[in-house]
Design a protein around this ligand. Sequence first.
Ligand code: AKB
Length: 319
Amino acid sequence: MKKILLTGSLGQIGSELVLRLREEYGNDNVIATDIRRDENNKACTDGPFELLDVTKGEDMAALVQKHRPDTMIHLAALLSAVCEAKPQLAWAINMGGLVNALELAREYQLQFFTPSSIGAFGPSTPKDLTPQVTIQRPNTMYGVTKVSGELLCDYYFKKFGVDTRGVRFPGLISYVAPPGGGTTDYAVDIYYEALLKGEYTSFIKEGTKMDMMYMPDALNAVIQLMEADPAKLKNRNAFNISGMSFAPEEIAQEIKKHLPSFQMKYDVDPIRQGIADSWPNSIDVQCAKDEWGFRAQYDLAAMTKDMLDKLRIKLNIQG
Ligand code: AKB
């Protein structure tokens, strides 16, 4: 990666990945794009930024012609709960945007990254230590777009030789930018509410385990995979990766170690619970370890300490 163009740069991942890439590859070599501008987001202000609606292929092409990147990181997509509420729009953005981006990767021979998700699995997938290659019959529109995306990226690699790479992200937890409309969002919200209100009402029920990962590990994973020796990659789209797996009561227990009076309540949202129930309890990350050296640094305890420390500063909370 020498010159990188990102879509969806002001989202949860993009807001941090753009800055991390600018540190590694230089400000001018990382072109951030998004459908909106936000002068409070450094991804928008600390280097090149362009407005882009990813469903408009000609606009995307004009930016590739203008900036001449060698790499495209395509992040723009709707998350699981929003996809269920607006399935037609989800297809238009998640698949329409991906096809536009892949076509440019083919035409301009760009290295290509796009994330898949644990949402690419479904109710008939093995629930525990879910293998890299397994049954993928998701029953959500998010899952349908993620499996289709994985297959399409494989197709562009095999048919056109595009260097496509990707991971199946679990729920991502960060204190910088909030996620929007995901099923795993509770695991971010809980830290804010624990500090601000001393209690949290979870929309996911007790006992529902899902894979999660702290954002610094997710950013490292993207860079490590993109820099990996292609000869070592047997899989490409997309690698299972995860930092931890927990249920709501387990994250609540961990928070209580730092905030002993913290209280957890439950008011389950049937839509998001249904999505969570269709996803694995924990996935097997061995292929990512073997093929490009994936390692997550943060477990639930280390992440919780860091989240609470960083959010205290961000929210200006003493003690
Ligand atoms: C979501 O909950 O939709 C995302 C995901 C796991 O892909 N965080």
